[in-house]
Ligand binder design. Sequence first.
Ligand SMILES: [Fe+2]
Ligand SMILES: [Fe+2]
Length: 431
Amino acid sequence: MAQAAKKVMQEEDLQKADKLIISAPMLQNYAETSMDVAFAVSDLANGYVLYSERPDLSDAKKVKCGGYRTTDISDHVVQIRLTHLKPATTYYYKIGADRIHYGGGYDMKIRGNEEDARIYHFTTAGSDSKAHFCVINDTHVRWEPFGLTMDKIAALAPQCVIWNGDASNTEETIEAQMRIFLTPNIDRKDYAAETPYLFCPGNHDSRGMANRHLERVWMYRQPEERLSRDWDLGRNFAVRMGDIALIGLDTAEDKLDTNPLFAGLFNSGPYREAQVDWLSDALQRPEIASAPYLVAFCHIPLYDPDPHANPGDVAPADYDPQYSTDYAAWQRTCAQLWCPLLEAAGCQVIITAHQHRYRYDAPTADRPWAQIVGGGPNMGFTGSGENRKERPDLFPTVIEGKVIDGKLRIIVHNLVTGKVQETVEFEKRKV
Ligand SMILES: [Fe+2]
Ligand SMILES: [Fe+2]
């Protein structure tokens, strides 16, 4: 390589290394009147969002990271919460950050400022919004299927995406978490900059020291959405999007709290129970109760037709020879706690994940709701080299939902074949 070209490359690397903002923004926690924005930084930074209904941001408001009292300076992830937004309204925004020198409580200086030149936009939820969502799940930090997933989402252009758990494997550092959500190794690094995300954690999203505080990368939802009784239920959501009410539940771990493998460090049982009162109230909120379609999301399935599928309540350590796994393949406890409420409300479909194999469970006389189990990260085979086995039944999915001709249409996209795997339609519930 010529010396001149080498020098240019080195300078570019230096500039890159010197960049303060090192990711596109990620829109988290789709809601009617708030939006959360997160981005990655390389150095101690006081970040902000400039936003406006005007595309040129000429009357933009500036909101800094953190809440009252102090801002939330960070050298990893900047998190900004925009509140008092209008429902079903498009906003334009830009991200920026001051680089902070911190030498002590009386030795703080702004060492520079950086703004991302691009003006992004998002649209809030609400009954006047378009009714169109997509679901992804069990991405497990596998870049090839994740890249394909994001290509499909970009082509479908939904109003929001529900990330239905197991984004992680076992994450021990905030850098690893940032890699998953903010700086993924895919072409579409701005995948969540204009499409807001909702999050239903999976069992793997609590595993590893860093994942015990995933809120450092993916914010809890806006506390004003819920009663003080439910202050700690920062992952549950009940969001109206056009004619659809979206309900997010957290099935938590796939092992019992008493399993010795977990050393008493998990508290899923009380967490599942606490979600009952939240769900009961959420279903009665006027904008949720009046929605013609009620779709619930959670990571671990709430039903399994296979009698050998472990129901997740085998005390004390999840093992029983009659079941094919020593962890929950489905969640009987959650089903018993939540499904009576969902059934009474006329929920048409529950979209789940976790089993890494796509399945559709049609409604029956005993179970009036349908269940869709999203596929996993396997790309049509398992193993490699001599151990490679073709498995056309294992493929990642993007599950699309939209209201067309007075019906809720769910389209399951197979990302290995590139074709539609299944289409199902649901009538309006009686509200
Ligand atoms: Fe998984
Ligand atoms: Fe899982």
